[in-house]
Each structure stands twice: as structure tokens, then as C-alpha cells.
Design a protein around this ligand. Sequence first.
Ligand code: DHB
Ligand code: MG
Length: 220
Amino acid sequence: MQAKWTENDLFLFQHLIQEDADLENALEQSHKNQFPEHEVSKTQGMLLSILIRMSKSKRVLELGTLAGYSTIWMAKAIPDDGVVVSLESELDKYELASKNILCTGLQDRVDLICGPAAQSLQKLIDAEVEPFDFIFIDADKPNNPLYLRLCLQLSHSGTVIFGDNVIREGELCNAENKDPKVMGVRQYIQDLGSCEHLDSTAIQTVGIKGYDGFTLTFVK
Ligand code: DHB
Ligand code: MG
């Protein structure tokens, strides 16, 4: 089915998503540097952009910058006085993302932080930064439960939390699968469900990135 999913995604990209030189450059640089092709697809990037504009989010927090592809999508979706704070643990990714964002001219709206996400989150909590309106959790999946706990301390009533890659080719519900990434997203979903002050849903997706899905959470 993958060929059909890809073909249909390419049709959607062609008809729905305008070419954007900044986004194309980030993708190209990422591939040139042989980074894993874990960035969101074009239609997923547009979904993030629409969710951010619908929720009138100004302060966006991203876990997992990679080459900055989704960072750029989100920076373009916020107003001039907004900010995307994006956390990246690996120096080579951080450096390339910095360059890619400089190329867009959006650097005043983006704050890249290099270091393990849990440490960076704790620093933001300790610094009592203003809470975020929209949070995109897209870093190392085994730590998703920890990231959720920390992100909730950086949220307010009305914050929207998007969790990427939670279905993992349908392995989510396979209790025998002990892959740390699968275990991380499984626990994450169980934690979401057990938090009374959260409304959460999840949507399974197919496309150019295979069979996966995302969670969407509203902090009540
Ligand atoms: C993986 C991570 C991602 O962020 C993604 O979009 C796809 C896959 C992974 O670690 O397997
Ligand atoms: Mg992802």
C-alpha cells in the first residue's frame, strides 16, 4: 500500500501546498546532510500551521528541531510578536537548523536551544517563562512521558499539545512490542488518558511517511 499512499500524498502536495523556497531549502539541506527523513510531510506541516492560526497561538514550543523544517512552518504561522522556542539535543542538527532559519529571515521569531530536551524544559520551568500556547512534541519517543509531564508545567488552560508519531506502523497496541519508542508513545497515550484536566484524541494517518499518527490534546 505504501506506493499508493505516496502517490496520493504527492497529488495532495501538488494541489494543496504552495511551493515555499524557505521550506524547500530546509528539506534539501537536511537530505544533503543525510539527516533521518523524520521531518513532517508538507500536508502535516500545513496542519500544524492551520492549528496554530486557528488557536491564535503566539508562543510555540517544539521538542525536536532536526533541520528546522517544522520550525519554519510554525514560525510562518505565528504573528510578528510571536516566538517558536525549539529544542534540539544534537549539535549538528542545531547548527544546520540555525543556518536554515537564518536563510528565511525569521530568526527574530525563533529561539533554538541546544541540549537534551528534558534539561532545556526544566530550565524554562525554573526561569518561569510565560506558558506556551501550542506545543509540538516530536523528539526522542522513549522520553515522551517525561516530556508530557514537563510540558504540562509550561502550559495554560487552552494550550494545544500535538504529539507526533504515536501509532508507529500499528505497533502501538501490540503489547509484545518492547521497542523503547513504542513503549514511550504507549505510556504517553496512557498518561494523556489518565489526566483529568486534558482532553485528548488521536488520528491514525497514512502517506509518504508510512502508517503513523498523532495525538491532539487540549489543556482544560
Ligand atoms: C521517528 C521520529 C519522528 O519524529 C518521525 O516523524 C518519524 C519517525 C522515529 O524516531 O522513528
Ligand atoms: Mg515526527
